[in-house]
Design a protein around this ligand. Structure first.
Ligand code: PGA
Length: 237
């Protein structure tokens, strides 16, 4: 399964290095079979001695190799660190950073051309969830406008906006219902994200069609993230 940690603006260069090393060590000791992804801030990108089941990715990028885009990071800079996985469409970038549907599609196309793994995040706000599953799915399908869902390195993360960073997790039945709907049109791996923690990860991983999790807050502690990877290892799915 894919077990991913999104650092957001947490962690320094030094603490990221220690974090990655402790996860690499734990996975080697326990012979973990999980596909781990870590998305540190740009300032902490580095060459880490990862094993093949851990990828270091980025939370954002500008869809250009280089150029006059003040304050942005292009793919040439990412290539220096061997970045092979990107997050696109995260709700914080859609809502706080105001990324438009068009710009998100442009980023998607660029990352696709580069051949990197894309974790594409979708999810509904609370007022849409309150209208029921049909409203939720029509909102989510619109987030696929302009997105090539046949891309072979696509992973989709269902992340209800109201569950991100709030401590409120979607119920297993609700997660399953959305993932099963997504499965009718998508053949890629499907993840869940939104207040995943050590004490609810197992139940979430048991949801039908759930191929892993994208975790923010509760993953920032290396011991907690290790415990989540261990839960995936022992989860009887
Ligand atoms: P959270 O964040 O685990 O803090 O809810 C999830 C995410 O942003 O992907």
């Amino acid at each position: 399964m894919i077990i991913a940690s999104n650092f957001k603006t947490t962690h320094t260069r030094a603490s990221t290095r220690a974090f990655v090393q402790s996860i690499v060590d734990m996975m080697a000791q326990t012979n973990s079979k999980q596909e781990v992804r870590i998305y540190p801030p740009f300032t902490a990108l580095d060459t880490f001695c990862c094993n093949s089941s851990i990828k270091i990715g980025v939370q954002n990028f500008y869809p250009a190799d280089r150029g006059s885009f003040t304050g942005e990071i292009g793919f040439e800079q990412l290539g220096e660190f061997g970045v092979d996985s990107v997050l696109i469409g995260h709700s914080e970038r859609r809502h706080i950073l105001k990324e438009s549907v068009e710009f998100i599609a442009q980023k998607f196309d660029f990352a696709k051309q580069k051949g990197v793994e894309i974790i594409y995040c979708v999810g509904e706000p609370k007022e849409v969830r309150e209208q029921g599953i049909d409203a939720v799915m029509s909102y989510i399908w619109e987030q696929f406008d302009g997105i090539d869902t046949s891309y072979d390195r696509l992973v989709v993360a269902y992340e209800p906006v109201w569950a991100i960073g709030t401590g409120l997790t979607a119920k297993k039945e609700d997660i399953e219902e959305v993932l099963l709907c997504l499965r009718t049109k998508l053949s890629c791996e499907l993840l869940y994200g939104g207040s995943v923690k050590t004490d609810n990860i197992e139940e979430i991983l048991l949801a039908k069609e759930c191929g892993g999790v994208l975790v923010g807050t509760a993953s920032w502690d290396a011991d907690a993230f290790s415990a989540m990877i261990r839960s995936a290892d022992t989860c009887k799915k």
